[in-house]
Design a protein. Structure first.
Length: 365
């Protein structure tokens, strides 16, 4: 028998390798589902609680979170579809997502499975969570009547900075900004009193681009908000330009860049009752005859004293705290005046956001 030539084997291996590899190619579809973190979220219908009545009136049977990979939409109804009347979902203790970054959008469907309404687009970053962590999705409001800028005519992109610097997870955390949202208003709503949130993303991203068309043709005023972890608006940038989406024009629009200045000051204007009794006539220290006072400024959430003046100090007409931490405070003041007059009282729920916040505080005799 002729000996087997190893060179022949090597040649056959090279020739057959592409065929072997070709027969073993496996197409892997995109899936955000995993066993790393749990998730929860909530929704409303036209600004009202989602229940059996409001859902039925709106013709909404189910609410779903859809995912995008690039511009391709993926649905996972067995995990992320819920009865509208539930008003919220929480997968805990089940872990349902991988630790990754996902582009998503809220959707609402009728009993036939037809789309009825859309909610805001969300950029979810579960990669910052530890294994077993919990992702809370920004709440959605499904608008079924009146002003609604959500549609399928155009996509958009936007960006933001913190004190003129590119945001990072660290500097966002340092100033208390958890997320950024974009809110659109009708072009005639100059007071910006009734808007629809179209996007929410982590502050540290610094930018957002919708993966698909999410806006409807029309003219809109645009505001970009910086929010804390509880959803409180800390700062707002109102774009002076009107966004006009032309159904026959561009299909992607760039919104104005927002810069969030994070300086903080709390000012309490002190006004003292000039008469004994119900307290309907207030004035300055001089007007009311106040000579001195003591006070305590307390953090309303932690009950920790932020500023304490326990030694009587000459009366002034306002108190200012610069670079005070974000939060809500209560001011308690006791004052003395001519002829043995005394004033006391509390000025509560003094909420500090970015910029200068001023309150008028009234104290009775």
């Amino acid at each position: 028998m002729k000996p087997f030539d190893l060179r022949t084997l090597a040649t056959l291996t090279v020739l057959l390798a592409p065929l072997v590899l070709a027969s073993c190619i496996i197409e892997i579809d995109f899936s955000p589902l995993g066993n790393d973190v749990s998730a929860s979220g909530a929704w409303t219908i036209d600004g009202a609680v989602a229940d059996a009545t409001s859902c039925a009136n709106a013709g909404i049977e189910t609410v779903e979170v859809v995912f995008y990979d690039g511009g391709v939409e993926y649905r996972f109804p067995s995990t992320f579809s819920f009865p509208c009347s539930d008003g919220s979902f929480d997968t805990r203790p089940d872990l349902v997502l991988d630790r990754e970054r996902f582009s998503t959008q809220w959707r609402a469907y009728n009993a036939d499975g037809d789309e009825v309404a859309r909610g805001e687009s969300l950029l979810i970053d579960t990669g910052v969570l530890a294994f077993g962590g919990h992702a809370i999705l920004a709440s959605a409001d499904f608008v079924t009547s009146g002003f609604n800028p959500l549609g399928t005519d155009a996509s958009f992109n936007t960006n933001w900075t913190i004190d003129s610097q590119l945001p990072t997870p660290d500097n966002c955390t340092n100033v208390g900004i958890a997320s950024v949202e974009v809110v659109l208003y009708d072009s005639s709503d100059f007071a910006r009193g009734s808007g629809v949130t179209v996007m929410s993303a982590p502050c540290g991203d610094g930018s957002y681009a919708s993966p698909t068309a999410v806006l409807k043709a029309g003219s809109y005023l645009v505001s970009t908000h910086a929010l804390d972890a509880d959803g409180l608006v800390l700062a707002a940038y109102d774009d002076p330009d009107t966004l006009t989406i032309d159904p026959a024009g561009a299909t992607n629009y760039t919104l104005g860049s927002a810069d969030f200045a994070t300086n903080r000051a709390l000012v309490a204007n002190l006004m003292f009752d000039k008469t004994v009794g119900a307290g309907e006539d207030y004035g300055s220290c001089t007007d009311a005859g106040v000579t001195d006072f003591t006070y305590v400024l307390e953090n309303a959430s932690s009950a920790a004293d932020y500023d304490v003046v326990s030694t009587p100090t000459p009366c002034i007409d306002f108190l200012t705290w610069n670079e005070i931490p974000l939060g809500t405070y209560d001011l308690t003041l006791n004052a003395d005046g001519t002829g043995g007059a005394k004033w006391t009282g509390s000025c509560t729920a003094l909420t500090v956001t970015f910029g200068t916040t001023t309150y008028n505080c009234l104290f009775n005799r």
